[in-house]
Design a protein around this ligand. Structure first.
Ligand SMILES: Nc1nc2c(ncn2[C@@H]2O[C@H](COP(=O)(O)OP(=O)(O)OP(=O)(O)O)[C@@H](O)[C@H]2O)c(=O)[nH]1
Ligand SMILES: [Mg+2]
Length: 440
């Protein structure tokens, strides 16, 4: 399912790239505009500035699909203008507005420790982001976000790179996807809360929703790991996933082709911070000049797809598809529905009543459980009391029997003593009479 979705997504991306290639000549590194990075204050100056070629941005206010009450088509007439009016500048106005406001783009880099996440980000944006290598002994998966202000020509981009830390390092990887899904959801939640505020400031709001997730796959040459499949499945409905085979230079070209075909993976990349002189220009490479060579890896295609062609599409899909799904589920969970004719206060009152009934039900259940437990305890105590009484009676009976026996033995002894005394007396009398006879 995940693979099918990815395949469809990549098909669309490839089609778009093909379409854009027809419209626009490929941009070589030498013709890129000036790039400024405020956080790292690195700058790369190039000779030529590119012609600003903005894609026409659809005006949502005029979009008929959003119009709640579209005019009947029969009432709209086409008129010819007899001179220049000036509303053909609308696209330019939009471009100017967007450029003034600046753009934001958030990337999640998800992959095992040391798989090459930071290196690829540096290679993609031709700079050096802050990064510290992580260790393999952390108990759980974490995410670390860093935001940078970049500028190329007059376009400002607020880029947030969210790095996974300790992903795939635990022995039990069952819940490794959870912190990632939670992070993505909490960014959606923050945006939704801002949207629901009475005083919204969406214009200046720092949108932290993840627009794209680069999922780094280990260059094993075998099939995908269970962790990869489970995580991608969980993220599929929440974010635009772009799976990439990392460190593609570490397996042979034939193995790589097989792996790509078997797992339906389009991008195999090599990252490097080193620059090598090729002819008269400098290119990123790992000693062998492979990074920016399309015969050896798909880095150029990935950069083209992610940054130069589809950045705006990825932002739009995040808002219109993934956030919309989150928002819909959340509002439905809160009891809202498009079909009922109730007002907001009615819905709120209904929800409050339902909550009260639920609470009452829980309270009743708890009371019942308490009564049952008390009764159980009472029966237990009664049984224990009965047992004690029985043991007491038994002991009393035993005691009485023993007392009776002892009294019988006492009586016997007393009888024996009195018999003995009688015999003793008789003996003394006999002795006295014998002595009397002798004296005579
Ligand atoms: N052969 C090869 N080595 C690479 C490639 N990309 C990165 N490396 C090397 O792999 C090591 C780790 O790279 P990082 O970019 O720090 O990896 P990481 O995923 O950011 O690592 P953590 O942030 O610690 O999880 C470094 O020594 C890089 O030079 C690649 O495409 N091919
Ligand atoms: Mg890193």
């Amino acid at each position: 399912m995940v693979l099918r979705n990815l395949k469809n997504f990549l098909q669309i991306v490839n089609n778009r790239m093909a379409a854009t290639e027809v419209q626009r000549p490929p941009v070589s590194p030498g013709t890129e505009g000036t790039t400024k990075i405020s956080k790292t204050s690195t700058s790369h100056d190039h000779d030529q500035k590119p012609e600003p070629k903005p894609d026409p941005i659809p005006d949502q206010s005029c979009d008929k699909s959003h119009d709640p009450d579209p005019s009947p088509i029969g009432n709209v007439r086409n008129l010819n203008l007899s001179g220049h009016v000036g509303f053909d500048s609308l696209p330019d106005q939009l471009v100017n507005k967007s450029v003034t406001k600046g753009f934001c783009f958030n990337i999640l880099c998800l992959g095992e420790t040391g798989i090459g996440k930071s290196t690829l980000m540096d290679t993609l944006f031709n700079t050096h982001f802050d990064s510290t290598p992580s260790t393999h002994d952390l108990p759980g998966v974490k995410l670390k976000a860093s935001t940078y202000e970049l500028q190329e020509s007059n376009v400002r981009l607020k880029l947030t790179v969210v790095d996974s830390v300790a992903f795939g390092d635990q022995i039990n990887k069952e819940d490794s996807w959870k912190p990632i899904v939670d992070y993505i959801d909490s960014q959606f939640e923050a945006f939704l809360q801002e949207e629901l505020k009475i005083k919204r400031s969406l214009f200046s709001y720092h949108d932290t929703r993840i627009h794209s997730c680069l999922y780094f796959i280990a260059p094993t040459g075998h099939s995908l790991k269970a962790l990869d499949l489970v995580t991608m499945k969980k993220l599929d409905s929440k974010v635009n996933i772009i799976p990439v085979i990392a460190k593609a230079d570490t397996i042979t070209k034939a193995e790589l082709q097989k792996f790509k075909a078997k797992a339906h993976l389009p991008f195999a990349v090599v990252g490097s911070n080193d620059e090598v002189k090729m002819g008269n220009k400098m290119v990123k490479a790992r000693q062998y000049p492979w990074v920016e060579n399309e015969n050896h890896c798909d880095f150029v295609k990935l950069r083209e797809m992610l940054i130069r062609t589809n950045m705006e599409d990825l932002r739009e899909t995040t808002h219109k598809k993934h956030f919309e799904l989150y928002r819909r589920n959340k509002l439905q969970e809160m009891g809202f529905s498009d079909n009922d004719t109730k007002s907001l206060s009615e819905t709120y009152e209904l929800k409050r009543q339902q909550h009260k009934t639920d609470l009452q039900k829980i309270e009743d259940e708890m009371r019942q459980t308490f009564v049952i437990r008390v009764k159980e305890k009472e029966t237990e105590l009664k049984e224990a009391e009965k047992e004690i009484h029985a043991r007491y009676d038994n002991l009393k009976k035993q005691h009485a029997e023993e007392k009776k026996k002892l009294e019988e033995r006492k009586k016997n002894l007393e009888d024996e003593i009195s018999q003995f005394n009688v015999r003793k007396q008789q003996f003394h009398q006999q002795q006295a009479s014998t002595m009397g006879k002798k004296k005579k």
